[in-house]
Design a protein around this ligand. Structure first.
Ligand code: APR
Ligand code: ZN
Ligand code: ZN
Length: 360
């Protein structure tokens, strides 16, 4: 099969011939139909996060089951599935207490470099990325890395749910537990931030403030449920949010992954408010907060993949789409061939796209 391989950071991906073995007892072979380009892939391509190379990137995808391992009962060939990097074992302390995104069981969640699910004719070992490697015509994954979905759901929209949408929506609904009427600010209205905005609207938030430097993104944010927009180029972001909300928001979401915006997310809180950091802040980067703010019961917390329970959350998100509450069709800016993948990342970097998807 063909796959897009990252050999070196800051170099284009290369299309190579790659193969996968037959599924092991609990593995599933999937014919990839759609793979979304997520900013996290770019973080790895730029070396902001380390990963053993060469590797096949991609972690937001949907496809059709082709073969299943001897112990798999959850899916059968022909089933439509969405993948999720939050593969879970179901039996560790984190899984048993309901925090499956924190599962670290290495029998299901292989550590970077440990996987033998991909191979090729070259001498060096090829690494699987986040237990998925979606920029490939086929994926070999653990059965607990997929959710079965209804067949009338378009796969190009289903794929988006696999990372960007569940991450943004889940941060609002699962991690922060935004309640009806509460005020929300979202910093960074990319693929993930838009899902936080749409999620806040679904949760019944009161004011929803979208913050982005790109006017086109702010316009779409309004369509998805933002009640107010803030452009950092018009002055101090924190002050603009305070002015709009009479002193700060109950919930802020940083969906960009930068020190500066993470600090802004904490500073724009009302007393008792909670900042949720969704963006991937560069590895090793520290952030600074004013200690006094803790006396006003301001909180800051991390969110990983929207604290999802993806086998429950993803079918629910599909229902929201079917009922016209989640506007997934607005996410797709471009449909590309695998051979055009580098173009897609260049457009992401230039801020031209919300989501580009590879159609196989
Ligand atoms: N303030 C607010 N928004 C900004 C700023 C700024 N200073 N600078 C850039 N932006 C906006 C961009 O205009 C863009 O709309 O942030 C958005 C980032 O969006 P994407 O590039 O589409 O990124 P996305 O895929 O949404 O991921 C965002 O979440 O999961 C993580 O790793 C991911 O850290 C990344 C973050
Ligand atoms: Zn992602
Ligand atoms: Zn576990």
């Amino acid at each position: 099969m063909k796959a897009a391989v990252l050999f070196e950071v800051n170099k284009p991906l290369q299309i190579e011939d790659v193969s996968v073995p037959n599924p092991g007892p609990r593995e599933v072979l999937i014919r990839t139909r759609v793979a979304g380009l997520c900013h996290s892939d770019l973080h790895f391509m730029e070396g902001l996060y380390p990963h053993p190379l060469p590797a096949v990137l991609g972690h937001e995808s949907a496809g059709v089951v082709e073969k299943v391992g001897s112990d798999v009962t959850y899916v059968k060939p022909g089933d439509h599935v969405v993948t999720c990097l939050s593969v879970f074992c179901g039996t560790c302390d984190n899984c048993t207490t309901g925090r499956t995104v924190l599962c670290t069981d290495t029998t299901v969640k292989m550590l970077p470099g440990a996987s033998n699910r991909l191979s090729w004719a070259r001498s060096e070992k090829l690494n699987q990325f986040l237990n998925l490697s979606s920029f490939a015509e086929q994926m070999l994954v653990h059965e607990n890395a997929i959710v079965k979905i209804r067949k009338d759901m378009p796969l190009e929209l289903a794929a988006l749910i696999g990372c960007g949408v569940i991450t943004g929506y889940g941060a609002v609904v699962n991690t922060a537990g935004v309640k009806a009427g509460e005020t929300v600010a979202v910093i960074g209205c990319g693929g993930v931030g838009m899902a936080a905005i749409n999620g806040a609207a679904i949760a019944g938030a009161g004011r929803i403030i979208a913050i982005d430097t790109n006017p086109a993104k702010l316009q779409l944010a309004t369509k998805l449920g933002a009640t107010d927009i803030v452009d950092p180029r018009n002055g101090d972001v924190v002050q603009q949010v305070r002015d709009l909300t009479n002193g700060g928001v109950q919930h802020s979401f940083e969906v960009l992954g930068r020190k500066e915006t993470a600090e802004q997310s904490f500073a724009m809180l009302a007393a008792g408010g909670t900042a949720t950091i969704v963006g991937m802040i560069p590895f090793g980067q520290k952030i600074e907060l004013h200690g006094f703010d803790f006396l006003r019961e301001r909180r800051i917390q991390g969110s990983s993949m929207g604290s999802n329970h993806f086998r429950v959350d993803m079918p629910r998100l599909i229902e929201f789409y079917m009922r016209g509450k989640l506007h997934l069709e607005d996410w797709i800016s471009a449909k590309l061939k695998l051979s055009e993948i580098n173009e897609g990342f260049a457009n992401m970097k230039a801020g031209k796209t919300l989501r580009s998807v590879i159609m196989f």
